[in-house]
Design a protein around this ligand. Structure first.
Ligand code: UD1
Length: 397
């Protein structure tokens, strides 16, 4: 079993260059199969989730040429199979983006239904609602979701919940539907904008991505393109928390500061030094605060564990409210084993700051929580061993 063994106690000082955004890359790779030509994607993060999705893309017959760790060429003209099997969905939920992409391109697709996951139940009713609004028939049988349409026709779709996945899936299918689609109450995350920009670079006509109303005029064909993925906001945020927690001084390079505003505002509020370069400096114990996770531009749920880990070291009390996923505090027991004083009541964590962590053997319950435990290990006195690191490798180079 692979583990990280961490000897804590040193401040992190230096520079780090952030890679391409994993969650943007997942949407973009799926969308890339919609062209019948070679699409080149640069600034690809070399992480496990991406490598699994590329295998799923190869398994349906698309041609995948991994030029280097950070660049891939995909040609969707060779696709032969419209069925994504459970092996891929089990490893990576976002394989379901191939449903929207194949429905848009071929008018037909099926994929094993994703189950719940470590951070909670994750329904896909809004994806289905969107496909149906475009005229597709959607059936669920023997654990598989199948969708087909003689032809997709644009429609006005109002999402009941703000969903990143549903916005991307519907955007892909609608970009090849006949006529105009309007998605209201769309998610506004930076990776929604990146997927839309990528689709537009292949010839799609999508306007308004990044606002809550996205307008799409369907087109009949996509063309070849070369596209570079935006930097990963969550990877950057994770290093920001690592700098602050270890009382370090870290310059975080290749980021879009605008995407980090919710995170940097909190760091400044609790007393860290921050400049737009982006550099995070903490030379003292920081203060406590309150945080509530929200869809972008609110505080990202994917930064919740790393931030709670920092607040648990603060000179004061804090409260963290998780409003997106119901089961995202599983790491708290592990942090408490390292000395933290955190109580969870439903979707609220109440945190009383402690001076420092003490090293222990802990287990990563999911990707971002795993990152939080690694940072706690860097702060901790003595040795920390982190198990289940395959979760962490899903999203961090
Ligand atoms: C994406 C991110 C994930 C991040 C999350 C929230 C990817 C690959 N993953 O996940 O890292 O934590 O956004 O920023 O980009 N919901 C429904 N019905 C649906 C879809 C979602 O009720 O059909 C609910 C979910 O249960 C959740 C909320 O909507 O409570 C937000 O989920 P969503 O934005 O869809 O998250 P993902 O796209 O799965």
């Amino acid at each position: 079993m692979e583990q990280y063994i961490i000897k804590g106690g040193n401040p992190l000082v230096g520079e780090v260059t952030i890679g391409g955004a994993k969650n943007a890359a997942l949407g973009i790779l799926a969308a890339a199969i919609m062209a019948d030509d070679v699409v080149t994607i640069e600034n690809l993060p070399n992480v496990r989730d991406i490598n699994v999705l590329l295998q799923a893309i190869e398994a349906i017959g698309a041609t995948v040429d991994r030029v280097s760790d950070n660049e891939v060429k995909i040609n969707g003209s060779t696709i032969g199979c419209l069925n994504i099997n459970y092996e891929f969905i089990r490893k990576i939920r976002a394989s379901y983006y191939l449903l929207g992409a194949l429905l848009g391109k071929c008018g037909k697709a099926s994929v094993a239904l994703p189950g719940g996951c470590a951070i909670g139940s994750r329904p896909i009713d809004q994806h289905i609602k969107g496909f149906e609004a475009l005229g597709a028939l959607v059936t669920i049988d023997h654990g598989t979701i199948a969708t087909s349409a003689e032809k997709l026709v644009g429609n006005h779709i109002y999402l009941d919940v703000v969903s990143v996945g549903a916005t991307i899936n519907i955007m892909m299918a609608a970009s090849r539907a006949e006529g105009k689609t309007i998605i209201e109450n769309a998610a506004k995350e930076p990776h929604i904008v990146d997927v839309a920009n990528f689709l537009n670079s292949m010839g799609a006509d999508i306007k308004g991505a990044g606002t809550d109303i996205i307008r799409i005029n369907g087109v009949s064909k996509f063309k070849k393109t070369t596209y570079s993925i935006i930097p990963d906001q969550i990877e950057a945020g994770t290093f920001m928390m690592a700098a602050a927690a270890t009382k370090g001084n870290v310059l975080i390079k290749n980021v879009i500061p605008k995407h980090l505003e919710a995170i940097s505002a909190k760091l400044i509020e609790i007393g860290a030094e921050y400049d737009d370069a982006v550099r995070v400096i903490a030379d003292k114990r920081l203060g406590g605060t309150q945080i509530k996770t929200l869809p972008y531009p609110g505080f990202p749920t994917d930064m919740q564990p790393q931030t709670a880990m920092l607040l648990a070291l603060s000179n004061g009390n804090s409260m963290v409210i998780e409003s997106i996923f119901e089961n995202r505090f599983k790491y708290v027991d592990e942090l408490n084993r390292m000395g933290a004083n955190i109580k969870v009541e439903g979707n609220v964590a109440i945190i009383e700051g402690i001076e420092r962590y003490s090293g222990a053997q802990v287990s990563a319950p999911d990707l971002r929580a795993g990152a939080a435990l690694v940072i706690a290990g860097l702060v901790g006195e003595g040795i920390t061993t982190v198990d289940q690191i395959h979760y962490i490798q899903r999203g961090y180079e």
